[in-house]
Design a protein around this ligand. Sequence first.
Ligand code: SF4
Length: 336
Amino acid sequence: MREEPVYIALDRSGELKRRAEALESRLGSCDICPRECGVNRLENAPGFCHSGRLPVVSAVCAHHGEEPAISGSRGSGTIFFGNCNMRCVYCQNYQISQDYQAQQSKEIDSHTLAERMLYLQDEAGCHNINFVSPSHFVPQLVRGVLDAVPMGLRLPLVYNTSSYDSIRSLEKLEGIISIYLADLRYASNNWGSKFSQVTDYVEKARAAIREMYRQVGELTVDDDGIAQKGLIVRHLILPHRLAGSEDSLGWLAREVSPEVTVSIMAQYFPAHRAAKFPLLSRTILSSEYSEVTRLLSKLGIENGWVQEMGSSEDYLPDFACENQPFSLMVSRQSCS
Ligand code: SF4
């Protein structure tokens, strides 16, 4: 029988409610993510993420294109939050992450968010609930879980993040989130600043990943290979070594653990505004891909997956199709 998620016990003891309230109180002078805008989101004052008191949910679907341990055979129950605390010029989700005016109509209350979770669990039959781009909606996420537990929520929860996260916010997720699916995007604040409008990505993301690892450790899966707990670090290969793969993966192996599960992504496509930036205006070369795969062997990273080359356009979502933004999926190969 599957183990009961820790958030059930947190709910029973009243701790889940205390966490939701503590996080919500910080919305009055928002420091939910590392930008620390200090705006009053309880009154819908806009900070960098243009998000107010209520969660913005832009799409809900069973996703079959995540890592095998996340999607399994029945799909991962993805809840795509709208808006973002980054501004990646190549964002493939730009329709929902960078058009906040269009997303205003997608605001829902916490009970409706809870109902979406229950739909993914009971009707779609998904393996987990996968919160995508949650960094600016941590209080709303916890409130939604608090509402969903008495309705019958029992699935493991996945926090699918750019890793530009506040440690204080992550600490409140301990025991609530079972699986962290965390990007490791840049090893240079210069590129982070130029391409994502984040001046301190390297320090903040590395600290966040350490905290996630402290909470959940290495990936554990059930008898069917479905993730139950742990950290998966995603690394998107960018053209011209802009992702700093050697530095980033070296740091991960050295400072976190070579045993950490890594998902190497080869799907970079110059989406959104990327064509205007010469360094980002093409997909990756096979030489850039091989360099990263060789690096994995050199660093002794053996756990995880490497996405096939030539998959760039297969992963591009279209959020005009709200309940099925992903039409075509390609498999990921094991690292080893
Ligand atoms: S969550 Fe939004 S408003 Fe709050 S600090 Fe981050 S970007 Fe600013």
